[in-house]
Structure formats: structure tokens, C-alpha cells
Ligand binder design. Structure first.
Ligand code: ADP
Length: 267
């Protein structure tokens, strides 16, 4: 493999607990190099899944956390000035396309639409990436695949992917796993026992019912992993839950009381 890609290779098998047929579906999608969209709330396992799949398929993974200040050049590349003159530097998307990596654009909707359109020619059967500033047309490597994540809960009329972008992808739905599976994940990730993991998941389930009734987003699996890791370090359970589950998601005093009460029911 090309030296440049070595650092993007996942060396150790990531732990991923499948919750349905997502691994088989993704493998089939990769076999035809279909661009994929992973949809679901934050912290429910999308990034872990793509890391796991990249490892399983033996492909390097280049991840880009998208944000609204990102420009097309941040993805594609730019000319840099150095003592010898100007030098072109490939951006992460170009590198992945050239060398055959899986490129994961996390929270792609955060990027402005004029940035997002640069992925279009890579997602149809041309599989090319025009580097306009450089005057080069990069033909994507046969192993290249584009994956994006998308949180449907965050979308507003102002900020959404265009239909012309969405329709270029196959999509897999992600959500918080079922109780037993989520407890298994929390226990595996943090080392807390099954009983503690069970309680943490029950607290999250209560909070998730408040989504749309004062909470924008429920307690994620990621937050439960945070809680479990503090508890495993010896932090008292109620304090650990306050710090990792309650305080981060709401500033509203009544909502905090409601969530604190849910914590006290279990710990
Ligand atoms: P997202 O990309 O959806 O925001 P992540 O993939 O970063 O979320 O997931 C957050 C954390 O939750 C992971 O680091 C991992 O500890 C845990 N996690 C969530 N779902 C799973 C799963 N199915 N298998 C293993 N770990 C998971």
C-alpha cells in the first residue's frame, strides 16, 4: 500500500456490536462502491461502525469532521507557498480518491452547500474529482468509497442536504440500540458490570422520552460510555451521571431536576 495511506489504516479491530443487518448491507454496498449515508442521532455508533467496516474490508479510512467554515479547498486541496515556490497539497477527499481509501465526511450537513457539491462528480458513475485550481481531473481509485453521516434531528429548512445530494447515496438508519445490546456495549466499553450498565441504559431511556418535550436530543450511547467510565474509576454513580448525562444536555433547571430524579430512581 502507498506510504501516504499507512497512517489511515486501522491497526486494531474496533469493537462494534451489530444491531441488525447493517454490516451485511454495508459490505454489499461497498462491493459496488455505492456512496453511503449513515443516518441517526449523535453518539449512537455511526463513526464506530465505519471504523469497523474499514477494518473488516481492509481499507484505510480518512475521516473529516465537517463544519460551516469548511470550504471546498479544505476537502479538495490547495496550493501552498514554500521556499521553493508553490506546491499543491491534496485535501483529504482527493487523497482518499487518488489512493483508494474510504472517505468519511462526518456531519456533512454542517458544511455549506457550495462545499457539499464538490462530492457530486465522485458519487455518480464518472467517479471523478475535478481539481479546478490545479486543472486536474482525478479519476477515483477502484477502492475509493464515500461515506457521510447525517443527523436528521438537526435539520432545519436553512440547513439540510439538497435532494440532489441525498439521492446519490444509499442510506442506513442508526439509532440507540435496544436495551440489552446497549447495556452490553456500555459494559464492554467501560468495564462496569451488567447491573450498572442496565441502570445507565434505563436512565437514558427515560431521558429519550423527553425528546421534543424540552430536550432537543436524548442521552446518547456515547454519554453512557462516559458515565460508565467515571463510575469504573470510582466516581460515585449519582455524581458521574450528573456530570456526564444531565449537565451536558440541558441548562433548564426544571429539566435538570427531572433528569436528576431519573438518576436517583436507579442509583
Ligand atoms: P456517532 O458517530 O454516531 O456520533 P460514535 O460512533 O462515535 O457515534 O459512538 C459513540 C460511542 O458509543 C463509541 O465510541 C462507542 O463507545 C459507543 N458505541 C455506540 N454504538 C456502538 C456499537 N454498536 N458498538 C460498539 N460501540 C458503540
Amino acid at each position: 500500500m502507498n506510504d501516504q495511506l499507512t497512517e489511515y489504516r486501522i491497526k486494531k479491530a474496533p469493537y462494534y456490536r451489530a444491531t441488525g443487518d447493517e454490516t451485511e448491507l454495508y459490505e454489499a454496498a461497498y462491493s459496488v462502491r455505492m456512496p453511503m449515508m449513515l443516518k441517526g442521532p449523535t453518539g449512537c455508533g455511526k463513526t464506530r461502525f465505519v471504523e469497523y467496516m474499514a477494518y473488516k474490508l481492509g481499507k484505510p479510512l480518512i475521516t473529516v469532521a465537517c463544519n460551516e467554515d469548511m470550504t471546498a479547498s479544505d476537502l479538495v486541496g490547495r496550493f501552498l507557498l514554500d521556499p521553493q515556490g508553490t506546491r499543491w497539497q491534496d485535501g483529504p477527499l482527493t487523497l482518499a480518491a487518488r489512493l483508494g481509501a474510504i472517505c468519511y465526511l462526518d456531519e456533512v450537513v454542517e458544511a455549506r452547500q457550495d462545499t457539499t457539491v464538490v462530492i457530486h462528480p465522485l458519487t455518480d458513475n464518472r467517479r471523478v474529482l475535478p481539481l479546478e485550481k490545479k486543472g486536474e481531473l482525478v479519476q477515483a481509485h477502484p477502492d475509493f468509497q464515500l461515506v457521510i453521516s447525517y443527523n436528521p434531528g438537526y435539520q432545519s429548512l436553512m440547513k439540510d442536504l439538497k435532494q440532489s445530494t441525498k439521492q446519490r447515496f444509499g442510506a442506513l438508519d442508526f439509532n440507540y440500540p435496544d436495551h440489552e445490546i446497549e447495556a452490553e456495549i456500555v459494559s464492554h466499553e467501560t468495564g462496569v458490570n451488567k447491573e450498572v450498565a442496565d441502570k445507565l441504559v434505563s436512565i437514558a431511556e427515560r431521558a429519550r422520552n423527553l425528546k421534543g418535550h424540552g430536550l432537543d436530543e436524548g442521552i446518547s450511547t456515547r454519554m453512557l460510555v462516559y458515565a460508565g467510565s467515571l463510575i469504573n474509576k470510582g466516581v460515585e454513580a449519582k455524581a458521574a451521571c450528573r456530570v456526564t448525562l444531565v449537565r451536558p444536555i440541558t441548562d433548564d433547571p426544571d429539566m435538570r431536576d427531572a433528569l436528576d430524579a431519573a438518576v436517583t430512581t436507579y442509583f
